[in-house]
Design a protein around this ligand. Structure first.
Ligand code: PLP
Length: 383
């Protein structure tokens, strides 16, 4: 029950176990073509979506090197670990980075972005997480996209790594310029491939960009793409599995997946609150829920107890949130029963670790919370 890697559907696991085929064959090209078509439907774009054999961070780096040059001014919205990472990457390539430091657990306000863009017409890119996984917070992407659009010199790059499949993010309709994601989140695959797509405006920047690039050079990938090919060796097994997994993330299935995580997240929040727990984020993501524990309980101990004693894996917090929060993921092959078990395990682990805490939790309260969670799941989420 972590925000990624997530559980993989059994039929996808079976495909991963099939014998290897070569990537320069008509057999592979057929699969790749199907994947490329489906990816456009998942990212809601007419632009080609490319794969990198790298984790999500690889696609974040690709976004920068394919559109920007050393010395370029970049505006980074930093509201957690992943925002920090993107800003660091831009600095590593010699870009001049201005950060909007949003207090953790809060969403950036549109006017803050507008103020920076107005003050510095040299800004060529705005970087933002749609869902900042480290704080379980979502940002107003449509609003920021509209603001960036008023500044024709800048492109808007969105880390949608935990957003795709959990929130509606129509790239073309909202005018997003670069969107990246990764396989171990809503795509329900093992870790190891990532996705990137560029708007026409971002492609224009690509021609002028002077960042060093080789493996991530999307101009090479575009040439291969036109021939139904990948430039480097393709991770064949992952792509075959992706072809199946994307059936859960295209057309009406995509809408269903988004609704499902939104409902799961809402039901989780209510169950936590009924046990007296506090939701950390003021703008909660539907991909992951962060639960803030009272100061006298170490969340790391609760996390460990859940894992060793109740067989449920959730995540704790990082940096300033270490020991303070628990994070429960809503993406992936998660059944209603999994969430019931998880919430009950969390309650019991809290009692085990801190029986006398200020929370005042009792077995009775946990039971009641789990019962109403069960009812809500049955009423609202079909299996
Ligand atoms: C998981 C994640 C990443 C990337 O991670 P990798 O470990 O490189 O796959 C980036 N951004 C967000 C918001 C994420 O959730």
């Amino acid at each position: 029950m972590t925000p990624g890697p997530v559980p993989v559907p059994p039929e996808v696991l079976e495909i991963l176990a099939q014998p290897m085929i070569h990537h320069r064959t008509p057999e592979f090209q057929r699969v790749y073509k199907s994947v490329c078509q489906k990816l456009k439907q998942t990212f809601l774009t007419e632009q080609p979506v490319f794969l990198h054999t790298a984790t999500g961070s690889g696609a974040m780096e690709s976004a920068l090197v394919n559109t920007l040059s050393p010395g370029d001014h970049v505006l980074a919205i930093v509201s957690g670990k992943f925002g920090e990472r993107w800003a660091q990457m831009a600095r590593a390539y010699g870009m001049t980075v201005t950060e909007i430091n949003v207090p953790w657990g809060q969403a950036v306000q549109g006017y803050e972005v507008e103020k920076e863009l107005d003050a510095n017409p040299k800004i060529r890119a705005v970087l933002c997480q749609a869902s900042e996984t480290s704080t379980a917070t979502q940002h107003p992407i449509q609003e920021i996209a509209a603001i960036v659009k008023k500044h024709p010199g800048a492109v808007f790059m969105v880390d949608a790594i935990t957003a795709i499949g959990a929130m509606t993010l129509p790239m073309d309709e909202w005018g997003l310029d670069v969107v990246v994601s990764g396989s171990q989140k809503a795509f329900m695959l093992p870790t190891g491939i990532s996705f990137i797509t560029l708007s026409e405006k971002a492609w224009k920047l690509s021609a002028e960009a002077t960042c060093p690039r080789f493996y991530f050079d999307l101009r090479l990938e575009l040439e291969a793409y036109k021939k139904n090919d990948t430039h480097f060796s393709a991770p064949v097994s992952m792509i075959k599995a992706l072809d199946r997994a994307l059936d859960f993330l295209t057309g009406s299935e995509l809408e269903k997946a988004v609704m499902r995580s939104q409902k799961m997240a809402a039901i989780t929040r209510r169950a936590c609150e009924s046990m007296g727990l506090h939701i950390y984020s003021k703008s909660p993501s539907s991909a992951v829920t962060a639960i803030e524990l009272p100061k006298d309980i170490d969340s790391q101990k609760v996390r460990d107890r859940m894992e060793t004693h109740y067989n449920v894996t959730v995540m704790g917090g990082q940096d300033q949130l270490k020991g303070r929060i628990l994070r429960i993921g809503h993406l992936g092959w998660i059944q209603n029963e999994d969430l019931e078990i998880c919430i009950e395990a969390m309650g019991l682990a809290l009692l085990d670790v801190a029986p006398e805490s200020s929370l005042g939790l009792t077995k009775d309260k946990i039971q009641k919370a789990v019962q109403s969670l069960q009812q809500e799941l049955q009423q609202k989420i079909a299996q």
